[in-house]
Unconditional design. Structure first.
Length: 189
């Protein structure tokens, strides 16, 4: 796991000092209203401890990063890559792909500043270039219009036939060929 930067953000692996803010976000009703609801403080603390263990073991299950605003040096949120298990049993004639779920949580005061696009764009680049990911998946609550907007800005693919059967959930993906094409287009433009 590496740290990386964008124009306005430092994205670094979790450290112990991030626990308080991590827990604050997971027990905040406003933050969690579109993310499955709040969890108990004890569960948030346990999840954080497990995240630190995974980082130390370099185990590809879940990687978590703190998002730090460079100007203020304040941690404004977190993002993660969660490795998805291959489908069982494997489908005939279908090659298994290395895929992850991406997620982000920000303090409410960080909203409206286009931080999700900046942070997740950098995390996508890291995933494709350093973790050899083939596909990045985004699962979200359909009511979460902000997530829909920034996924559209990041050019995630929305396919109606792949939507979950429950109307309150949404799904989009971005794959490595899309990423490579976008890089080629940026160089040509």
């Amino acid at each position: 796991m590496h740290s990386f930067t964008t124009k306005r953000l430092l994205i670094r692996p979790f450290i112990q000092e991030d626990e308080s803010l991590y827990c604050q976000l997971f027990i905040d009703e406003k933050v969690m209203r579109h993310s499955g609801g709040v969890i108990k403080l004890e569960q948030a603390q346990k999840n954080f401890a497990n995240s630190l263990k995974a980082i130390k073991k370099k185990k590809k299950s879940v990687f978590n990063w703190a998002i730090v605003e460079k100007e203020s040096l304040e941690v404004i949120g977190f993002q993660a890559l969660s490795w998805l298990k291959p489908s069982h049993p494997p489908k005939p004639n279908k090659e298994e792909i290395n895929q992850v779920e991406i997620g982000i949580m920000l303090l409410t005061k960080a909203n409206g500043k286009q931080y999700p696009e900046e942070a997740m764009g950098a995390l996508m680049e890291y995933a494709f270039n350093y973790q050899n990911i083939d596909r990045i998946n985004a699962f979200y609550a359909s009511k979460n219009l902000a997530t829909k907007r920034f996924l559209k800005k990041l050019q995630f693919t929305f396919e109606p036939t792949l939507q979950p059967t429950r109307a309150e959930n949404g799904y989009q993906y971005f794959d490595k060929p899309q990423w490579q094409q976008r890089l080629i287009t940026n160089v040509i433009d």
